[in-house]
Design a protein around this ligand. Structure first.
Ligand code: HEC
Length: 164
C-alpha cells in the first residue's frame, strides 16, 4: 500500500477499530482516538504481525513525541497502537490493539514497570502483564527490553512516519 492508500484505509477502519477494542471495557480502548497521534500515517510493522499500525500517547505520556530524547516516562503514561491487516485480495480487517502503561516502581523490573496489554479484534483481552495470561505477554517484554537502558523500553517508529 502507498501512504495515500494507507491513510484512506485508516480513515475507513478507525471507527471499526475503536468499536472492536471498546468491547473489552478497557478505558484506553474507548478513548485513545482522542489522544495525540505520533505517526503521520499507518505503516507496516513487521514486529506486530505485519499489520499497519499507528501510535498514540495520552497527555501524561506526551514526552513520547521527543522520541529518542524522551527519557524515562512518568507513571501513568499510556502508549496505544491500533492495527489493521490487509489480505492478499486487498480486503482490510481490524487487528489487535497493543498497549503499554507505565506503572509505579516495583510493578515489574523486567518490563521496566511497563504493563503490556493486547486486545483482540473481537474485544477479548489476550493478555496483560502481571494479570491475565501474563506469561503469554512475556514476548512483548523481551523484545522491547532490547532498548531497556537507553530508551526506557520504547522502540519508537521509523523516522519517515513520525509527526514533527
Ligand atoms: C520482535 C519485537 C517486538 C515484539 C515481540 C513486540 N514489539 Fe512492540 N514494538 C516493537 C518495535 C520495533 C516498535 C516500534 C516500531 C513499530 O511500530 O514497528 C514497537 C512499538 C510498540 C508500541 C509503541 C511504543 C513504542 O515502543 O514506541 C507499543 C505500545 C507496543 N510496541 C506494544 C507491544 C505489545 C503489547 C507487544 C506484545 C503483544 C509487543 N509490542 C511486542 C517491537 C516489538
Amino acid at each position: 500500500m502507498t501512504n495515500a492508500e494507507a491513510a484512506d484505509a485508516y480513515d475507513c477502519m478507525i471507527g471499526q477499530m475503536r468499536m472492536a477494542y471498546g468491547k473489552s471495557g478497557n478505558a484506553t480502548a474507548a478513548s485513545y482516538t482522542g489522544w495525540r497521534r505520533y505517526s503521520e500515517v499507518s505503516y507496516q510493522s513487521s514486529t506486530h504481525g505485519e499489520r499497519y499500525v499507528q501510535n498514540y500517547a495520552n497527555a501524561t505520556g506526551r514526552a513520547y513525541g521527543a522520541f529518542e530524547k524522551a527519557g524515562v516516562m512518568p507513571v501513568g503514561s499510556i502508549l496505544a497502537k491500533d492495527s489493521f491487516g490487509v489480505n492478499g485480495k486487498g480486503s482490510v480487517t481490524v487487528g489487535p490493539m497493543f498497549m503499554m502503561e507505565k506503572m509505579p516502581a516495583g510493578f515489574n523490573a523486567d518490563s521496566g514497570n511497563w504493563k503490556y496489554t493486547m486486545i483482540m479484534p473481537n474485544g477479548s483481552v489476550f493478555g496483560v502483564t502481571n494479570a491475565k495470561n501474563s506469561s503469554g505477554m512475556q514476548f512483548c517484554i523481551e523484545c522491547h527490553a532490547a532498548v531497556a537502558e537507553e530508551q526506557d523500553h520504547m522502540m519508537f517508529l521509523p523516522e519517515e512516519y513520525r509527526t514533527q
